[in-house]
Write a protein that binds this ligand. Structure first.
Ligand code: ADP
Length: 644
């Protein structure tokens, strides 16, 4: 079974080409055959007609000559009961020069008058013949004709001429002249008496030679019947009647000619296994001139042509097959391409494109397919993106769930620790036996725990404010040095206790002198909150070494602050995350290092409010540097819209 579309088209084109080619070949061959048959039949008919007419004129000529003889005789010969010798002599003397003159012009083989012995005393003949066939007539010696002679087989024409008025003989051999003759004889009547028979002979050999000379195709030949269908001339059946040859199997020719009754016609018949065709023409004396030929000779030419027609047909079929294949290729190639493209697309590669170059509907189809694939790809990409977003949202939700849980745990830890200290030491303070020193120490611890709690509550309040809407900065024109001096002062005192640790921690501040002169618009409290947050973190996550606070100009319009420590450092992948809310990086010292993960989130929000930028550089184990910038706003109109 043929499944492929292209194969189906090719097969259809092959079938159409072969069927069309064969039909055209068959039809044209048949047409050609019919026209060749008609043409050759009419040629055959034309041939027999033209020879027949020739022949006829020959016969007519003899008859005319005899009629002339007859007329001369009638006008010159007066006879009584019997013809006297005197009369004949006179007749001879008058007629001979006349006849000779005419004979020279008309040229028969011979001409003669034979008188009826019933009316002529002496058996008398007058005859002339062209002995040497050169137009010189010689008078034959007169000979007697008696009744016995006239009844001989050789002179049947005498009997027939008396009976019918005139007659044509079949060819016969005439001993005296050693020639094959045919004779035309006519009776001369006077007052109802047959006085003489006049006539003329024709050398049949001459006629025969003429007929034999005619060649028709390869083996075609002529023959002649008389009115009784005796063969007057035939290459094989001469002097036979058609009924008597080959057990009468050619009788149908006679029947057909008689039945049709026309002067000319065509008869098709079979001889042995050979198909033959003959044409005939009736001469005016009742003879029939025929010509016959095997059909295959006529069609030999046709067969040759059929061969060429066949060759041309096969050529045509081959040509149309080639053209058909080319056309089918041009149809099936783009279809194959479409199928291939769709298959590749179905396997998942939507980037595949068709490139059909035919300028037709298939190209349009290809373009639509490309367009469809592009759209599909975009839609699938959108679906994927959405899916990715959903996954991310889900991850985020899970993450925030986790963060919330850890936040609560941290929170309770962060609240409980100072609360326990407060409760514990407040209880201890009730002891009456406490020394002044102890009381002061416990009071300091209670107050520091209170501060921790307060700062935690501040952070929570801040972040919840930020959550509920943008927090507004409270700008006022101030000297930056007043804030920086305060911070440095506080931390110098704070660090006193770290200096004397077993693993000491030192605090350095580097404020560029030009900064001290700067006066601009900023929110002092919030800037302090940012800086202390960063320094507190640095203290929290640094065991020993140094913590450096620095402030300098970033560019014309911005100040840069940074807090650098020699602490535990932050992994690269966590450096962005730590700015998220509740985000705390897992580390070994969790127990020791407190916090709920809000500090840096607040820092980021605040720096953003300042229209500044915050970032971190850090290496695990070596330390971290937190940078941030804020704009130097000297014109109150610039508050708000300024971008870095
Ligand atoms: P926390 O209350 O946990 O300190 P923060 O938002 O201030 O919350 O900080 C978030 C996380 O960033 C911290 O848990 C810590 O892991 C990391 N971190 C912040 N500052 C530093 C620093 N100076 N050195 C190392 N890690 C730091």
């Amino acid at each position: 079974m043929i499944r492929k579309f292209s194969n189906k088209i090719i097969l259809a084109i092959l079938l159409i080409s072969v069927v069309t080619g064969l039909s055209i070949g068959y039809i044209s061959l048949n047409k050609y055959k019919t026209s060749v048959t008609q043409e050759s039949y009419s040629r055959l008919r034309y041939l027999v007609e033209s020879y027949g007419k020739d022949f006829d004129s020959h016969i007519k000529f003899v008859e005319q000559y005899t009629a002339l003889l007859h007329a001369i005789t009638t006008s010159t010969f007066k006879i009584g009961e019997t013809v006297s010798d005197q009369q004949i002599d006179n007749y001879e003397n008058r007629i001979i020069p006349l006849l000779n003159e005419i004979a020279v012009q008309l040229h028969p083989v011979s001409y003669w008058i034979i008188f009826n012995p019933d009316y002529v005393k002496r058996g008398h003949t007058i005859s002339f013949w062209d002995k040497n066939n050169n137009g010189h007539y010689e008078r034959e010696k007169e000979y007697n004709v008696n009744h016995r002679d006239l009844k001989s087989k050789d002179m049947q024409w005498w009997v027939d001429a008396l009976k019918n008025g005139s007659t044509w003989t079949n060819p016969y051999y005439w001993d005296n002249w050693d020639a094959n003759l045919i004779t035309y004889a006519q009776t001369y009547y006077d007052k109802g008496r047959a006085i003489a028979v006049l006539g003329s002979d024709i050398n049949f050999n001459n006629l025969k030679k003429d007929i034999e000379k005619i060649t028709l195709y390869k083996t075609g030949y002529f023959w002649i019947f008389n009115d009784q269908f005796d063969f007057i001339y035939h290459p094989k059946y001469i002097n036979n009647n058609i009924i008597n040859i080959e057990s009468g199997k050619f009788r149908f020719i006679k029947d057909s000619i008689v039945q049709v009754g026309k002067q000319t016609g065509i008869i098709e018949y079979e001889l042995g296994k050979q198909e033959k065709v003959m044409a005939y023409y009736k001469l005016h004396n009742g003879w029939i001139l025929c010509v016959g030929i095997p059909k295959e000779e006529i069609f030999e030419e046709l067969n040759k042509s059929a061969f060429y027609i066949g060759l041309i047909t096969i050529g045509g079929i081959l040509f149309s097959i080639i053209v058909g294949l080319l056309i089918s290729k041009s149809i099936t190639k783009p279809i194959d391409q479409l199928v291939k493209t769709i298959r590749i697309a179905a396997e998942g590669n939507l980037k595949v494109k068709t490139n059909i170059t035919t300028n037709d509907e298939l190209k349009e189809l290809g373009n639509y397919l490309n367009y469809f694939l592009e759209k599909l790809e975009i839609n699938i990409q959108e679906l994927k993106d959405n899916e990715q977003k959903l996954i991310e949202a889900k991850n985020k939700a899970e993450e925030s769930e986790k963060l919330k849980a850890s936040f609560l745990a941290n929170m309770s830890h962060e609240i409980r620790t100072p609360m326990n200290a407060i409760v514990g030491f407040t209880w201890l303070l009730q002891e009456e036996t406490l020394s002044k020193q102890e009381i002061s120490y416990y009071t300091t611890l209670v107050s520091s725990s209170c501060n921790n709690l307060l700062s935690l509550i501040d952070d929570i309040l801040d972040i919840s404010k930020m959550e509920n809407g943008p927090v507004k900065l409270n700008y006022s024109l101030d000297k930056i040095s007043s804030l920086l001096d305060e911070i440095v002062f506080i931390y110098n005192i704070e660090f006193e206790k770290y200096k004397h640790k077993e693993t000491p921690l030192h605090f350095y501040s580097l404020i560029d002198p030009e900064i001290n002169l700067l006066t601009f618009y900023f929110d002092k409290l919030r800037l302090k909150q940012i800086i202390t947050n960063l320094i507190n973190n640095a203290i929290k996550y640094t065991n020993s070494g140094t913590i450096t606070f620095r402030c300098k100009k970033y560019n014309e319009n911005y100040l840069l602050f940074y807090v650098r420590d020699t602490g535990i450092g932050i992994k690269k992948e966590d450096q962005e995350l730590i700015f998220d809310r509740f985000r705390k990086v897992e580390n070994k010292n969790r127990e020791v290092i407190g916090g709920v993960g809000l500090g840096l989130a607040i820092v980021r929000e605040l720096v953003a409010l300042f229209k500044g930028k915050v970032w971190v550089e850090s290496e695990i184990g070596k330390g971290s540097t937190f940078y941030f910038t804020i704009p130097i706003i000297t014109n109150p109109e610039d508050i708000g819209p300024m971008e870095q």
